[in-house]
Every structure is written in C-alpha cells, then in structure tokens.
Design a protein around this ligand. Structure first.
Ligand code: NDP
Ligand code: GDR
Length: 440
C-alpha cells in the first residue's frame, strides 16, 4: 500500500524495482532505440538482435512508408510462429507523455537516443524544430527515465556528434577539444550533450555521449553528401542523369564505415572453432564425431545462402560505429567517447573517387561557384556547383582522434575510405540497374 501523501512516492515506478542492481538489470537485455528507422537505428537493431536483445523502437507516424530499413527484420506476429524480438511503438521526441508511457511499458535496460532532425543544412531552415527534437527531446527522454524510477538502472546512450566541434579549435579533435557549433543542429546537440553530462553528475545516471564523426553506408539518407554523390554517379554512369549539382567541394570530413572484414573474420572463427571442437571429439568417440559432422554439414549448408547474402549484399555496413555505441554502454562506468576513422578527405576527393569506380576520370575547370567537373573522355560536364547547397555557416574540416575508444573500449573502424566509396557506388549502381530493368 502506498501513502499518497508520502514523500518520494512515484506512481510511475513499476513495483518490484527495488531489488535490482544496474548489473542484474543489464542482464535482461532489453533495448529501446529512438530513431530506429534511420541509418544507425537499423544497423544497431541488427547488432542487438544478434547479441540476443529484445529491441523496442520508437517510430513516427508517417503518411508514407518510413520503415524500409527495418523491413528485413520485421516478423508479423500473425504470420510467424515465434514472436519477433523487434517491437515498434509509435512515438515522438516532442511528446513527453508518450515517452514516459513507452519507457514504463518497455522497462528497458539500455536506451539509445538516435532520434533527431539530423540534417545540418535543414536545421538552418527549421531551427526551432531542430532545437525541440534534438535538444529538448534528449532532456525529455532523460526525464522520462527518472519519472519511471529507472535512473539508477538504465544505461543511456546519446548520439552526440563531431558537429559540436564546428569551427575547429585544434587540427585533430578528441574528448578534450573545446566545442564551437556552427549550426542550429550543432547547438541543439550541444544542449543535449551537456544535459547528458549534467544528469550523470546530478542523479548518478549511467548516461554517455558517443561523439561520432560522419559514418556512411548504402543505407545513408539520400540528401547527405556521400549518398547524394554515389547515387548521382550511378545514374550518370547508366546515362540516366547528365550532371550532379553540389555545394562546398572543399569541405573536409572524417568519414567512417562498417565491418565487412570483421564479419569475415567472425565467420572464419566460427568455422575454426567447429573444427577444433571436432578434433577434440575425435579423441573421445567416432560415432559422436560422425553425428557432429553430419549436424555441422546440415547447419553449414542451411546457413550458406544467408552467409553469402550477408557477404555480397554488404548487410553489415556502418556496424563499426553501432558496435562502438554498444561498447560505450558496456564499459564499467559512464564516460564520453569519440568514434572516428582518424582520416580526413574533401568532398571533391569523394566525387573523384566515386567517378573513378565507374571508369570516369574528371578534370576540374573554373573557380568558386563557376567550377565544373568535366569527364575527360567524353568532354561532358558531370559536376556543377550550385550556391543553394552552401550553408550560412560551414564546418570546414573535421578530423577525429579516437585513441580513448581504441585504448579503453578496444574499438577501431576497419574499412578504408576507398572501400567505403566502392561499397556505396556499387550498391547504388546495382539498385539503379535494377530500377532500369524493372521499368523495361
Ligand atoms: P537518420 O537521419 O538516418 O535517422 C534519424 C532518425 O530519427 C530517424 O529514425 C527519424 O525518423 C528519427 N526522428 C526524426 N525526428 C524525430 C522525432 N521528432 N521523434 C522521434 N524520432 C525522430 O540519422 P542517422 O541514423 O544517420 O544518425 C543517428 C543519430 O546519430 C542522429 O541523432 C544523428 O544526429 C547522430 N549522428 C549521426 C552521424 C552520422 O554520420 N550518421 C554522426 C554523428 C551523429 P523518420 O525515419 O521517421 O524520419
Ligand atoms: P554533415 O553531412 O553536415 O557533415 O552532417 P553532409 O553529408 O550533409 O555534409 C558534409 C559536407 O559536404 C558539404 N556539401 C554538401 N552537403 C550536402 N548535404 N549536399 C551537397 O550537395 C553538398 N555539397 C557539399 C557540406 O557543406 C558539408 O560540409 C552529418 C550528419 O549525419 C549529422 O547528423 C552528423 O552529426 C554529422 O554528419 C557528423
């Protein structure tokens, strides 16, 4: 029985929470992701499902389909005998009541706040909305955790960003570098960053900032520069588009990518561990080894199409960074970490390398907004600059130093800049070809 006048009584707190510690609570493996429909949300969901989590995601109501990145993970409870471990809830970071309700229902052990109006250029046009979602939205989630009495149990990840550094103060940026955001997006994320630090210090919450530098993949939104380039290159190479129109070609970014290599190593490791297992068994009994061998062959043959699809369809791209997010929350105490590739490249370089993959070499002519990129072989202009894609204030260069994450979390990105570009161009060429054939 509760004393309604009692100090400290929390009507939203689920009964029976008192016996739990943060470590026992973590073993339940229940994750809640805001922004689950985005690039990172979809990769994180795959990763957590693989690790045995039940994954709850917050999706926005939309008049058009916004769950395409999750399609392959969705299991319709009417069609499937076993209930899916990915569960979607309608919600929005602007709606506090809804966030409290979802958290009280889900009782998550980990929350990943990836939801955001994440486009820097758009944030200049929708500054107030961006502040509401990216800044106050983070505060609403943190407060919802407290409202539900989970502040001593939940682990909270905040998608902070290299945009916090903005007008950079040092050639290479790490956790100690001062912030100087250059857009309403960056300023909103700065507010969120400090709220996370403040709630960690004020209420002892396990709340962490992952300061992630740009990371890309074929699932990247189509208006971000890398995907805009790789899609245009694909269309131009197939004769479906003549020219791409770009903004600041000299901006430099620290672009990271996924874990193709580690998936390969993981697969090899599995095979080696099965062979070792068989060797040990062979020392004990022949019938046992024969039955194990038969079972291994069945499992291997059954899983082969899946493994091949995974390897050739590049399913695990951008997982480097979501693996990093997960590692941030598994560390023994809450801290902030930079995740970056440690390299910096210009937009111009990204364009040149993307064209090179489809066999087009570029020559640059002119200067400033008059600059053009010409296909050396055909003489066609394939790149033009358009003032409309410039930002009122630009982040000229970003170059991350993730040595803290490397040392403490053992995290490192694995895929090179060139492999990232190849992967994205090839995926866009394949899908552009598919659409051509479809129309025919
Ligand atoms: P995306 O733009 O691909 O995804 C953003 C997600 O947020 C989508 O699921 C979107 O839903 C959701 N969202 C937008 N507004 C709201 C709202 N009002 N309430 C709830 N959800 C909302 O971003 P990324 O996956 O690339 O990035 C994930 C997070 O990491 C973002 O917070 C971004 O700012 C941050 N970040 C990203 C980096 C990168 O290089 N990708 C680097 C550093 C930080 P819907 O699908 O309905 O639009
Ligand atoms: P960014 O990514 O602003 O770094 O934010 P974006 O790909 O939009 O821009 C990168 C750089 O390219 C220049 N640029 C163009 N950008 C776009 N979108 N379109 C163009 O035509 C174009 N031409 C040149 C930009 O001026 C900029 O300098 C991303 C987002 O994912 C954020 O959410 C995240 O926090 C940061 O990365 C880290």
């Amino acid at each position: 029985t509760h004393n309604l006048d009692g100090v400290g009584w929390n009507p939203f707190k689920a009964p029976g929470l008192d016996g739990w510690t943060r470590d026992t609570w973590a073993k339940r493996k229940v994750a809640l992701i805001s922004g689950i429909t985005g690039q990172d949300g979809s990769y994180l969901t795959e990763l957590l499902l693989d690790k045995g989590y039940t994954v709850h995601g917050i999706i926005r109501r939309s008049s058009s389909f916004n769950t395409s990145r999750l399609h392959h993970l969705y299991q319709d409870s009417h069609q499937s005998a076993c209930p899916g471990r990915m569960i979607l809830h309608y919600g929005d970071l602007t709606d506090s009541t809804n966030l409290v309700y979802i958290i009280s229902q889900v009782q998550p052990s980990e929350i990943y706040n990836l939801g955001a109006q994440s486009h820097v250029k758009v944030s200049f046009e929708m500054a107030e909305y961006t502040g509401d979602v990216d800044g106050l939205g983070t505060l609403r989630l943190l407060d919802a955790i407290r409202t539900c009495g989970l502040e001593k149990l939940v682990r909270f990840y905040q998608a902070s960003t290299s945009e916090l550094y903005g007008k950079v103060q040092t050639p290479i940026q790490n956790e100690q570098t001062p912030f100087y955001p250059r857009s309403p997006y960056g300023v909103a994320k700065l507010y969120a960053y400090w709220m996370v630090v403040n709630y960690r210090e004020s209420y002892g919450m396990f709340a962490c900032n992952g300061i992630l530098f740009n990371h890309e993949s074929p699932r990247r939104g189509r208006t971000f520069v890398t995907r805009k380039i790789t899609r245009a290159v694909a269309e131009i190479s197939l004769g479906k588009q003549e020219c791409m129109y770009m903004g600041n070609l000299d901006a430099k970014r620290d672009w990271g990518h996924g874990t193709f290599i580690s998936l390969l190593l993981y697969t090899i490791f599995l095979d080696v561990s099965v062979l070792l297992d068989l060797f040990v068994l062979s020392l004990i009994s022949l019938p046992l080894i024969l039955s194990r061998l038969a079972k291994f062959l069945c499992v291997f043959l059954n899983s082969l199409p899946g493994v091949l699809v995974k390897l050739t369809m590049s399913v695990p791209l951008a997982r480097d960074y979501v693996e990093g997010m997960w590692r941030v929350l598994q560390y023994r105490d809450p801290q902030d970490f930079v995740l970056a590739s440690g390299e910096t490249h210009s937009v111009r370089e990204f364009i040149e390398k993307s064209f090179a993959i489809v066999g087009i070499s570029l020559r640059w002519l002119g200067k400033g907004v008059e600059e053009i990129g010409v296909d050396i072989k055909s003489g066609h202009v394939v790149v033009r600059v358009d003032q409309k894609y410039f930002r009122p204030a630009e982040v000229e260069i970003l170059h991350g130093d993730c040595s803290k994450a490397e040392t403490i979390l053992g995290w490192k990105r694995t895929v090179t800049f060139d492999d990232l570009i190849r992967e994205m161009v090839e995926a866009d060429v394949a899908s552009a070809k598919y659409l051509v054939e479809d129309h025919n």
